[in-house]
Design a binder for this molecule. Structure first.
Ligand code: CTP
Length: 207
């Protein structure tokens, strides 16, 4: 099958030398792209900046901002059979990035942020994608309940939910523990290398 994967953080410019980003390493999304390529699928990886090597046999589109990621997904998603949205996309971006470096002046500086477009949330309605859709949910409380709300709100077939308040899994870690939240059931995937979770997710694609 043809699979699209988003991965990594986004970078939202404040001025030519500064940006807003987050702690995503990209490891989970890259592990999924790698596992899917090994399983014989045709994979397109759309990723924000990471220090990782693009897995062998995977097509790659590098992006920086949430808006660039949206545009890349919008143009490629319609011909895909499945999609996994593992990127940690910025929810807000500076309203008006400065064309020149912001000089140090007053004692405080306010930055106005505006909402980015929800890429996963646009897959069904806006883009009209009908394939198997997997989202991630980074939660710090009520993990299963919040993931189930996201599953319904975004029309996903599976939400992979992480408790990001734990420091031993997620973000920079090589390991992950996740709740796999399907429309009709929830499964616990116990703490294991991200590579093992990636193989499990790839095995679910297509239902
Ligand atoms: N996501 C996306 N585009 C955005 C924000 C998030 O595609 N602009 C995707 C992520 O890749 C992930 C899912 O949405 O698969 C959920 O991300 P998360 O940050 O947990 O949820 P949000 O919908 O942003 O909600 P909140 O931060 O309020 O929990």
């Amino acid at each position: 099958m043809k699979l699209l994967v988003t991965a990594g953080p986004t970078r939202e410019p404040i001025d030519p030398v500064r940006y807003l980003t987050n702690r995503s390493s990209g490891k989970m999304g890259y592990a999924i792209a790698d596992a899917a390529a090994h399983a014989g699928h045709r994979v397109l990886l759309i990723s924000g900046p990471t220090s990782l090597d693009v897995p062998d046999g995977v097509d790659f589109i590098p992006v920086e901002t949430a808006a660039e990621m949206f545009a890349a997904v919008e143009s490629h998603l319609p011909r895909m059979d499945a999609a996994v949205f593992a990127a940690a996309v910025a929810d807000y971006t500076p309203a008006a990035p400065a064309a020149r470096k912001i000089k140090k002046s007053g004692d405080s500086l306010s930055l106005e942020l505006v909402k980015t477009r929800d890429i996963l949330g646009s897959a069904r309605g806006g883009i009209g994608f009908t394939g198997f859709l997997v989202g991630f949910a980074a939660e710090t409380e009520d993990v299963e309940a919040n993931a189930r709300l996201k599953l319904a709100a975004k029309g996903c077939d599976l939400i992979v939910a992480n408790d990001v308040s734990r420091t031993d899994i997620g973000f920079d870690s090589h390991e992950n523990e996740a709740l796999l939240v399907f429309p009709d059931r929830t499964e616990l995937f116990p703490k294991a290398p991200k590579h093992d979770l990636a193989i499990r997710i790839v095995s679910m694609l297509g239902g």
